[in-house]
Design a protein around this ligand. Structure first.
Ligand code: PNW
Length: 478
């Protein structure tokens, strides 16, 4: 077993639109995911976030479960459409729900780790252009202020965005996530405006915290994915990997950490107007110092510049639909399979990729803040609750433990990683896959909403306990 720092944070994550349900209760109005799910064929099985896993009504039970599993922290998101329904005025009832959640967590000894945007823009703001409208960034900072006003006395960890890549490129270019557009220029506008929104919100949160004499930790979560050239000796594949690395990783890391978009990226996407979106002063706002960087990691991308053979399985599958390429200017890039085991999402299982990524970040960005793995986990088919009330999920268990081991080795190799959150606490609404793909370490029966910890949850709980015992033993001996 690896040793982990004594104050390493072990947690689990969810997102509002995936678990809460109560889509039209407590003053909440449509988010883009509520609206998108009503479009024919948008979501597998015609599923919607309307009911979620009823967390809105079962919150205390879910927090009790976290306590039982021994989690140090719970990463959740607040729904903008619940807090500012219709993008108009603040809904106290919405804030009250999150206030009760935070109290419940603190009462259970679980650190609240709050994300402001996990993809559920108020539909009313979408009708004003959504993230293609620069004004949305300023509205986001106001929303951040409203949430801080209600929870800032008790919440210390603030994440602006979860995976802006998905809510820009997959939503506006690939067309497979809400709002379902297929417009590369719109997607890149969304990227820039989300960056700006991040910077404005960090400034706003810090200003409010300073005025109140409080310390906060503010950061962002990115989904970072190694772009591996399919044939590392082939210049065509190497060029494809450079392009995907620029779009997937560096387009997000560099404005925030270095204060500039990568020059090669600007050249790759020159036809789509990204440069024209950047106004004087934007990059200073975007490059606000952050206290941590959240890293979501599930798989590597094996990248080629050659067309796939006719019988090939495409590597990256965000949704059940054969979607458009989400890569502006690099639409020709393919993702061939390379014989690794795959999850039910068709994503490669390759824990070493997480080690490579975490070590690389420290090597490439001298001013990198501390890292937290804010999501990692796997969907597998075939979870069943046995007569004894167990769910045997050996593949998910192995996936999680192998990735934790990779994190431990990355720390030994110098990466400054301070926490690990499993995705996800509960089976939930897996975006365009609806309820078909189960990522939970806790099983949810979608008819009765009964929760049953899977073997992976018990293994994770045991891992947390063993690690803490080992750390305190080392402290006594040391
Ligand atoms: C993340 N991809 O989404 C999200 O943060 C979660 O809400 C989600 O449930 C989880 O991962 C599992 O999918 C992703 O296409 C969606 O590479 C798509 C991709 C990656 C992450």
């Amino acid at each position: 077993m690896n040793t982990f720092p004594k104050d390493f944070i072990w947690g689990s994550a969810t997102a509002a639109a995936q678990i809460e349900g109560a889509a039209h209760e407590g003053g909440k109005e449509d988010s883009i995911w509520d609206a998108y799910a009503r479009l024919p064929q948008a979501v597998a099985g015609g599923d919607s976030p309307e009911r979620g896993v009823d967390h809105y009504h079962r919150m205390p039970e879910d927090v009790a479960l976290m306590k039982r599993l021994g989690l140090d922290s719970y990463r959740f998101s607040t729904s903008w459409a619940r807090v500012v329904p219709g993008g108009r005025s603040v809904n106290q009832e919405g804030l009250d729900f999150y206030s009760r959640l935070v109290d419940e967590l603190l009462g259970a000894g679980v650190l609240p780790w709050l994300t402001l945007y996990h993809w559920d823009l108020p539909q009313a703001l979408q009708e004003r252009g959504g993230w293609t409208n620069r004004d949305t960034a300023y509205r986001f900072a106001d929303y951040a202020e409203a949430v801080y006003g209600a929870l800032g006395d008790r919440v210390s960890h603030w994440t602006t965005f979860n995976e802006p890549l998905c809510s820009s490129l997959i939503g506006y270019v690939g067309g497979e996530h809400a709002p379902g557009l297929t417009d590369p220029a719109a997607g890149l506008a969304a990227v820039h405006h989300q960056h700006l929104a991040h910077g404005l919100a960090v400034q706003r949160l810090r200003g409010l915290a300073d005025a109140a004499g409080r310390d906060i930790q503010a950061g962002i979560t990115l989904n970072l994915t190694n772009a591996v050239p399919n044939d590392p000796t082939d210049p065509v594949d190497l060029e494809a990997a450079r392009r995907i690395d620029a779009l997937w990783n560096r387009m997000f890391l560099e404005p925030m950490l270095l204060g500039a978009y990568p020059a090669d990226l600007l050249e790759d996407v020159r036809d789509y107007g990204l440069a024209a979106r950047i106004q004087d002063g934007d990059l200073e706002v975007i490059a606000q110092p952050i206290d941590f960087l959240g890293v979501n990691h599930y798989h590597d991308d094996n990248v080629s510049g050659h067309p796939l053979p006719a019988d090939a399985v495409p590597g990256l599958r965000p949704t059940p639909k054969p979607g458009r390429s989400p890569f502006p200017g690099s639409e020709f890039v393919t993702m061939p399979t390379r014989g690794l085991p795959r999850t039910a999402m068709d994503w490669e299982v390759h824990p070493q990729g997480l080690h490579t990524l975490l070590v690389r970040l420290g090597a490439e960005y001298p001013n990198l803040p501390p890292l937290y793995v804010t999501e990692n986990g796997a969907a597998y088919d075939g979870d069943v609750v046995t007569a004894e009330g167990a769910v045997h999920d050996p593949e998910r268990t192995a996936y999680i433990l192998a990735h934790i081991e990779a994190v431990g080795r990355a720390i030994e190799d110098g990466a400054d990683v301070r926490g690990y959150f499993v995705w996800s606490l509960l089976d939930n609404f897996e975006w365009a896959w609806g309820y078909e793909k189960r990522f939970g370490i806790v099983h949810v029966d979608y008819d009765t909403m009964v929760r049953t910890p899977k073997d992976s949850a018990l293994a994770f709980a045991k891992h947390i306990e063993d690690t803490k015992l080992a750390a305190s033993a080392a402290a006594i001996v040391g």
